[in-house]
Design a protein around this ligand. Structure first.
Ligand code: MN
Length: 208
């Protein structure tokens, strides 16, 4: 990931704001990237400004170290670094020309750990809908095994020592303008924009 150390900047989306229409609307993408992610970038830079030893750490190293930091720095970095990492991850995994099904080693792993792609999709949707309030659902790799987890607020699976493969942002700002309160419709449309070739690359990186 480019710009993985302080000072953090809000990298442009890898596609146009309206590129994910009709699944995710332009206004949601603009607000989500330019305001929500920008706020976490600003908060993370502010938290690290007076702490030079943390400025040398990458974003992932910050997330792995966060529970050892003293308060109030711990809470500031946990929220801000998680907000930056989780949002960059969410945007990067989506594509206007998504590869709609997994293949290769990832398809085999989904078959092995979930009894097939359809069963995985159903289980993932169930977990995502179970997120109460604001948070995320993730497909992660734990010691080579695929697993679905949810995180609250901006907590990241990286902090838990897990290697994330894909995620859905279940905060209302991710879907409310288009899908209102119908989270299942948002999940269906998010899933259509999910670029499985990108997820497969993550799987290769996680399996090392
Ligand atoms: Mn968000």
């Amino acid at each position: 990931m480019d710009n993985d150390r302080y000072p953090f900047v809000n990298l442009p989306l890898p596609y146009a704001y309206d590129a994910l229409e009709p699944w995710i609307d332009e206004k949601t993408m603009r607000l989500h990237h330019d305001r929500h992610l920008q706020a976490y970038i600003d908060q993370l830079n502010a938290a690290l400004r007076e702490t030079p030893r943390l400025q040398r750490l990458t974003l992932e190293e910050l997330l792995r170290a966060v529970l050892r930091l003293p308060e109030p720095l711990q809470t500031q970095v946990r929220r801000a670094a998680g907000g930056v990492y989780n949002h960059r991850f969410y945007f990067d995994q989506l594509s206007p020309q998504p590869q709609s099904l997994p293949s290769g080693a990832l398809a085999a792993a989904l078959e092995r750990d979930f009894s097939g792609f359809d069963a995985f999709r159903d289980a993932f949707q169930k977990h995502a809908l179970s997120v109460f309030g604001s948070g995320y659902a993730w497909l992660v790799c734990r010691h080579g095994v695929l697993e679905i987890v949810t995180t609250a607020n901006q907590d990241s699976p990286v902090t838990l020592g897990l290697c994330p493969l894909l995620t859905v942002d279940m905060w209302e700002h991710a879907y409310y303008l288009k899908h209102y309160n119908v989270r299942a419709d948002y999940l269906r449309d998010w899933f259509r924009a999910l670029h499985w070739a990108w997820v497969e690359e993550r799987y290769r990186a996680c399996a090392v």
